[in-house]
Design a protein around this ligand. Sequence first.
Ligand code: SF4
Length: 748
Amino acid sequence: MWRCCGWQAKGGNKYAKEVMQSWANAEWFTAKPKVAEKITTTVFFVKGETNTDDLSPAPDAWSRPDIPLHGLAMLKIAREGIVPDKDGEVGPIKQIEKLKSKGFPLAYVGDVVGTGSSRKSATNSILWFMGDDIPYVPNKRTGGVCLGSKIAPIFFNTMEDAGALPIELDVSKMNTGDVIDIYPYEGVCKNHETGAVLCKFALKTQVLFDEVQAGGRIPLIIGRGLTTKARKSLGLEASSVFRLPTAASKDKPAGYTLAQKMVGKACGVEGVMPGTYCEPAMTTVGSQDTTGPMTRDELKDLACLGFSADLVMQSFCHTAAYPKPVDVVTHATLPDFIRNRGGVSLRPGDGIIHSWLNRMLLPDTVGTGGDSHTRFPIGISFPAGSGLVAFAGATGVMPLDMPESVLVRFTGKMQPGITLRDLVHAIPYQAIQMGLLTVAKAGKKNIFSGRILEIEGLSHLKCEQAFELSDASAERSAAGCTIKLDKEPIAEYLKSNITMLKWMIAEGYGDKRTLERRIASMEGWLAKPVLMQADPKASYAATIEIDLNKITEPILCAPNDPDDARLLSSVQGDKIDEIFIGSCMTNVGHFRAAGKLLEKYPGQLPTRLWIAPPTKMDAALLTEEGYYATFGKVGARLEMPGCSLCMGNQARVGDKTTVVSTSTRNFPNRLGKGANVYLASAELAAIASILGKLPTPKEYLEYAKKLDATAADTYRYMNFDQMASYQKIADKIEISAEARKAAQKLHG
Ligand code: SF4
């Protein structure tokens, strides 16, 4: 349509010319009101940390596409200063209305805001109460102000996408009900009545003004692009209407980090320095089912009929086990929506988004996903809200302000009984010791927040293991994560994944062409296996060294904060009621380890043990190897492969129970109402299920010794190319010449 308008204008069509001129003049933008010099607003203060589960509770995930209905669940659980209309069911609507009666819009203010997931529904809920109507668009709002001492980076971006004005500033002099004047251009906040200065601040970028004026970052990017095209078509020089992102220094740096090189490659340059605005190509994009319907709606808004990203994958892991009627409709309709646009759709019951998507990745490429744990073990991903995910899928690129990096370097030798999960927790533990991370929310320090976590020193890890580390970078509020791996584990993983993708084609998964293209790209990498490396002189915001020789007992994250990393000896003996072994943090080895610890247990466990393997292939293998029989014998509750308890929207642990979980995060109320959740390894979790308490380090090591003896058998991973039942089927699949050609063109 755009080209057609250009031709018509060039051909002399008066109306087409007017349309082109209007776009060239950026009237779509200039006609909208600028951000006011002074914004008067009433403070709605939420003390401590607001995570996205507080704003968009998982049990209400089914109503996310219905913004006004879903908004009723925002902050539905009582906390200091927040009085829900009906505790646990309806949020503080009356309190909000009362504050609004002061005559000003409300600003959402908190110490730490938006930690947790990438769910755009959290943004939508705030904007529903604190934003402005969008002309001719019902049940959706834009604008609004969000203030926080710390605003989680993905949440910040999602706010930008939605047209809100997020500002990081000192909130210590603000209280609920205060009326304040925000002077965004001056960077100062004052008391409305007295004029006293409350704090000064600097916006993250001046481009925020344009984003708010345009109705969001995505409308701005698209509109700015069309204005540029219109001006080019009319032979005009570049528009000066917009504030452009400030470029980082043009001097060539002494070296690039691994992430900077990966993003550079996706932008067609050698590297991208922190602070540079860029639009890296999105090679792989993931979408899960509680945000999927919102992503679908955003794709419709973008008029996307075909994905430009090379591979877009949709999963059903968050709702398959206990679907609500609305989920059943999604299960029936979303697969076709995705496949018809060239994406790959999984099926309900297949398992967790990441356990599948990771197996579709290409080394040193960039992607994103509508799930905050989209954290590739090879390559890098920058998780995002559903709007940005739709944008990335539709256009094949994503706007990115390149973050700084923090280097985590492991040295030394892993000690007996220590698991990879302990190393995951060693990262916040060490950061706390170094004063780079604090657990308290007021004045919180977090060196990882908004930065890229770059991990070195464990290059021998299998990709499945590496994902445990990258997955947990979400809990650090990191923007992304890279892991330096050797070629061998990556080649092993890709060979296995080629078999799996061929098996998928044979099983009728689609879009077939996309799967074929990805197989061809993987084969291309295997034929010429080259991996990027960080330059020795690359610089980092901080370097955290972790000596494996010094980690001699398990590290857990105490209730209910994934940053609260503690040694087992400091929490030993705590009584445990329930145990969850599952989530994307687990792989088949964890279940074998648990099975081996449980197999000699006589009778039924004194605790409730939940088992949920990440994929149906894991479940099938564990059944074949007899582990399901062991789990059944001790009275474990066996759940459908998928997110299970981790997401908190399906089955739940008992109210106020104490739990050991292998899941990703232990935010308050996520696994169960009032539950106290320790995060720990599957091995420690299994031991707690037997003892009904957290063991002492000595007790733990006694059990761990038993596992050491059979480690080679226990920690085997899913190498599909070595499993006859998959390889035999895969052997029948031929990759078309067309797919090979397309892969060659894309990835060289
Ligand atoms: S298992 Fe948990 S963290 Fe992983 S994708 Fe599912 S809900 Fe998210």
